[in-house]
Design a protein around this ligand. Structure first.
Ligand SMILES: Cc1ncc(COP(=O)(O)O)c(C=O)c1O
Length: 389
């Protein structure tokens, strides 16, 4: 047989697969594994959103929608950008709605990248950024943020990695996996470097609605940034809509046009009634979003206190998202080995920090998008494990 795609064959396997496969095998064998590995809210999608989808289906909204997204949802997104960040975005030319933010990050990278262009990716990073960059023919350049300084972003560290080929910086706040929320000083550092070196900024703001302290900064709305920033966002986390597959991007029309071309020639569009539900989510009451945020905050507070109370376990207080990036000095610094011990000896599935790049080594990511009762059971198991470690 002729050889298959070298590009795809050479994408390195994710470090999460081994632990996840093991967790599944243990579960299948009847073991009571507590999974803290996922990124999927445990809440149901709010009822007003579900009802909007039913209404759309019953009204016959079950045909091909406009590839860029329905006018109604694009208008709702532009209104949100104006209301929340004071940013003027033309819904006709500067917004693209697609089947999940993940595809739109890929489409953005495809729109920006020529072969060999370098994309700066801040480490620890969300696992898909590196393979996506490789898939569009770009070169991922990872910037290892210092764990000992809480993964702080500084202009000097970014500047060290800039070459004549650097095209864009990919930023994610609130951050997966650390839960960190970018500070105004960090946003200013990114702005300064982007303008000085004429770079694009891809700002992944998926966890925007899950902030417990501090404020969200939309990079596009800072001075001089609108023309170079692509905002990525979506409904998955804020509205517990991961399975609906609905995301959006906003930015300069030339970039939106290219991303829209890729979308129309590949996946076509997001689903019609999903977009009807998505517009209702943005325009309707936001009480459910706040209820979920408060529930996550209570879980975060419980988990951070409880884990720090266990000798040999350490964890910072993250300001956003629904992840903790936990260190286990009592179990060493090899994150894969720690995740394996947690799974084998405490039946807890977490994600080894190395999956998020070298900067993540020594950490395990726990998701608290899981019921409080499960978190309480997990803490007890960790306490027992550490008592004998
Ligand atoms: C940082 C980050 N960006 C983007 C996404 C993609 O979200 P979706 O494709 O569900 O819209 C995720 C999902 O886990 C994420 O964690």
């Amino acid at each position: 047989m002729k050889p298959l795609s070298e590009l795809l064959l050479n994408i390195p396997p994710s470090a999460t697969i081994a632990v996840n496969d093991k967790a599944k095998a243990l579960k299948a064998a009847g073991r009571d594994v507590i999974s803290l590995a996922g990124g999927d809210p445990d809440f149901d999608t709010p009822a007003n959103i579900v009802q909007a989808a039913f209404r759309a289906i019953e009204a016959g909204d079950t045909h091909y929608p406009p590839s860029r997204g329905t006018p109604a949802i694009r208008k709702a997104i532009a209104a949100k950008m104006k209301r929340e960040y004071g940013l003027e975005v033309d819904p006709a030319t500067q917004v693209l709605v697609g089947p999940g933010a993940k595809f739109l990050i890929y489409a953005t990278l495809a729109a920006l990248t020529n072969p060999g262009d370098e994309i700066l990716i801040l480490e620890p990073y969300w696992v898909s950024y590196v393979p996506m960059t490789i898939l569009v023919g770009g070169t991922p350049v990872t910037v290892t943020l210092p764990a000992e300084r809480g993964f702080e972003i500084t202009a000097s560290q970014l500047a060290e990695h800039i070459t004549s080929k650097t095209k864009a910086i990919l930023v994610n706040s609130p951050n997966n996996p650390t839960g960190r929320v970018m500070t105004p000083a960090e946003a200013e550092a990114i702005r300064e470097i982007a303008i000085e070196h004429d770079l694009y900024v891809i700002s992944d703001e998926m966890y925007e609605k899950l902030i417990y302290e501090g404020e969200h900064i939309n990079l596009a709305s800072l001075p001089g940034m609108a023309e170079r920033t692509i905002t990525i966002n979506g409904h998955s986390k804020a509205y517990a809509m991961t399975g609906w597959r609905l995301g959006w991007m906003a930015g300069p029309s030339e970039i939106i046009n290219l991303a829209a071309k890729l979308q129309s020639q590949s996946v076509t569009s997001a689903a019609s009634f999903t977009m009807a539900a998505g517009a209702a989510a943005l325009e309707g009451p936001q009480d459910a979003v706040e209820e979920m945020r408060l529930a996550y905050k209570a879980r975060r507070d419980f988990l951070v206190d409880a884990l720090n109370d266990i000798p040999g376990v350490e964890c910072d207080l993250p300001q956003g998202a629904f992840y903790l990036f936990v260190r286990f000095p009592g179990l060493g610094s090899d994150s894969m080995a720690i995740a394996n011990r947690l799974l084998e000896e405490a039946e807890i599935a977490g994600t080894p920090g190395i999956a998020f790049g070298q900067a993540g080594e020594g950490h395990v990511r726990f998701s608290y998008a899981t019921a409080m009762s499960e978190l309480e059971r997990a803490v007890e198991r960790i306490r027992k494990l550490m008592a004998h470690a």
